[in-house]
Design a protein. Structure first.
Length: 240
């Protein structure tokens, strides 16, 4: 049985937030206040729609956006980790669940020549309209009160696993992430699974708070600060 690796993208695979990185395309790398101040909690995708519309309106086109996005830095050790996974695809399946968008992730992974390592990417669909502006839609509909309206990562993970039944079963799920929206899927992991929160980020803090309140996550918790630490952990697994 294989191990399933589940990656977040922003501040995990890459060392920035891809949605805020795109603002580098704007004049002086800044958004007008009326757009910047229009964000409502839980409606990030809707907000990014306004950002992309603004960039389109001032003439920022696909080629410039692509040049900007493919310059985003990967987290230290992450390319080496992905290369290692690519060499051990008989042992690992690997997916991304992200609140970024399909075009950004596709550009970034292909530019780094690592897209083939990931079996599936679950994120907000995106496309360029007839005017040349990027548009983004919600990943799916869900009824989870804890998650933003456009994406419940737990629902994505559970539906992915359900779809594979009964053909595929995993010996273990390893979830690698950093943010608050990674907590919901982590809560459905079992004792045999592992959650790897990035050190100093929100997911680590939330897991720590749960432990203090005597509601610890079931999965083992292994904190990481670079991809090299995750790589060392996976190397031990492959050697059995």
């Amino acid at each position: 049985m294989k191990v399933l690796l589940v990656f977040d993208f922003d501040h995990t695979v890459v060392d920035e937030n891809s949605d805020t990185w795109i603002v580098k395309c704007a004049p002086a790398s800044k958004l007008p206040d009326e757009i910047k101040n229009s964000y409502r909690k839980g409606y990030w995708t809707e907000y990014m729609g306004r950002v992309f519309r603004y960039l389109g309106d001032i003439g920022i086109r696909e080629d410039e956006m692509k040049r900007t996005m493919t310059a985003i830095p990967f987290t230290t050790g992450m390319k080496e980790l992905i290369d290692f996974i690519g060499k051990h695809k008989d042992f690992f399946d690997c997916i991304i669940i992200s609140d970024s968008n399909a075009i950004f992730i596709d550009w970034i992974l292909k530019a780094a020549d690592v897209s083939q390592v990931f079996d599936e990417v679950f994120t907000n669909p995106a496309s360029f309209n007839d005017c040349g502006s990027l548009t983004v839609q919600n990943c799916h509909a869900h009824d989870c009160a804890k998650c933003p309206i456009n994406l419940c990562k737990r629902k994505v993970l559970e539906e992915f696993l359900e779809h594979l039944k009964p053909k595929v079963k995993y010996s273990q799920i390893i979830y690698i992430g950093d943010g608050g929206n990674d907590l919901c899927p982590v809560m459905c992991l079992k004792k045999s699974d592992v959650v790897m929160p990035r050190q100093g980020y929100m997911l680590e803090s939330l897991i720590s708070q749960l432990s203090q309140n005597l509601v610890p996550v079931e999965a083992s918790v292994v904190v990481w600060s670079s991809g090299f630490e995750i790589l060392a952990y996976l190397e031990v697994l492959t050697k059995g």
